[in-house]
Design a protein around this ligand. Structure first.
Ligand code: SF4
Ligand code: SF4
Ligand code: FES
Length: 323
């Protein structure tokens, strides 16, 4: 199959802006995207720069954006990403580019370091050889342990794009690996940190990280586990955790006027921001005014849905489950 590879070129030492360059290549049968880029490098332009090592989806170094989304080039069959006889290749997003497809991963490593990504066991307990776990204990951290640090999730995370201080999906997934490790004794310190600004509650649940992750790590699922664990440990004083509680209170109508089986949009924002957080409440006032002008304001007293009793029963069972 003859295909046009459109590859982003940029040399941070010479160029002021990136440019796109086209290469034509006949894709050999069974070739991965990495094979194709290597063929272009070896046969057409030796200056084309990329990172790679294992060629078997283990080292994580060949991650790049393919048709706008992060992928491992060595784990991608080239023919699978051809659209209109074309493949568009660019470096990972959310990183400074050094040269062509090579990015500066320093912010990724720095983010990872923030959570002390190593086991902190009870040192007073002496083991003869190694610290053992049961199989069930290991299953709690099994998915997060498959992370190959390819940074695909970091590249495509929407929050990362607007807030470089956000810990990012891989770091949070790694944090889950230690919070849920039954041998680690620093759970409180870890959860304290994760519940601060830039931690778990800043995730917007877009799921892009899990979609792009080439392993079972699936960061969004790990972040959700961390949120649940935080709530179990009583972390309920962040806007994110209050938002969760606002839903839990609104739908079953926990307080008068909160909601009769429905989300009460008048209750959720002040409950999430804090009823006495005057500056934040003033900050969302323009949104409320715009909603009012456009007739989108929900009724002040929410109506009760027909099968409200069923909803209440569901929440009752949920409460039992949480005990
Ligand atoms: S789900 Fe959260 S961490 Fe994952 S990409 Fe979206 S905002 Fe980022
Ligand atoms: S979580 Fe997945 S996408 Fe992110 S660095 Fe690890 S393996 Fe790569
Ligand atoms: S070359 Fe190692 S993951 Fe692709």
């Amino acid at each position: 199959m003859a295909v046009k590879f459109v590859i982003q070129r940029f040399d941070s030492e010479k160029d002021s802006a990136p440019r796109m360059e086209e290469f034509n290549l006949e894709i050999p049968k069974g070739a991965t995207l990495l094979d194709c880029i290597n063929l272009i490098k070896w046969e057409q332009d030796g200056t084309l720069t990329l990172r790679m090592s294992c060629r078997s989806a283990i080292c994580g170094s060949c991650a790049m954006r393919v048709n706008g989304h992060a992928r491992l080039a060595c784990k991608t069959q080239a023919v699978d990403v051809v659209t209109d006889n074309k493949v568009v290749i660019a470096p990972l997003g959310n990183f400074p580019v050094i040269k062509d497809l090579v990015v500066d991963l320093e912010p990724f490593w720095a983010s990872l370091e923030r959570i002390d990504p190593w086991l902190k066991p009870n040192e007073s307990v002496k083991w003869e050889r190694e610290r053992l776990q049961t199989h069930d204990d290991e299953k709690l951290i099994d998915d997060a342990s498959t992370c190959i640090l390819c940074a695909s999730c970091y590249s495509d995370c929407n929050v990362m794009e607007v807030d470089k201080n956000y810990m990012g999906p891989a770091t949070l997934a790694k944090a889950q690996r230690f919070v849920f490790d039954t041998r680690d004794v620093k759970t409180k310190e870890r959860l304290d940190q994760l519940n601060e600004l830039t931690g778990i509650w800043d995730c917007t649940h877009c799921a892009e990280c899990s979609t792009r992750c080439p392993t079972d790590t699936k960061p969004l699922a790990r972040i959700t586990e961390l949120k649940a664990r935080s709530m179990e440990h009583g972390y309920s004083n962040s806007a994110g955790s209050r938002h969760v509680l606002a839903f839990r209170e609104s739908i079953p109508g926990k307080y008068p006027g909160t909601g009769g089986g429905l989300i009460n949009e008048n209750y959720i924002p002040p409950r999430s921001l804090g009823f006495f957080n005057i500056p934040a409440l003033i900050g969302i006032l323009p949104v409320g005014i715009r909603m009012m002008i456009r007739g989108k304001m929900p009724p002040l007293l929410p109506h009760t849905i027909e099968k409200f009793d069923e909803i209440k029963r569901m929440f009752g069972r949920f409460k039992e489950y949480l005990k």
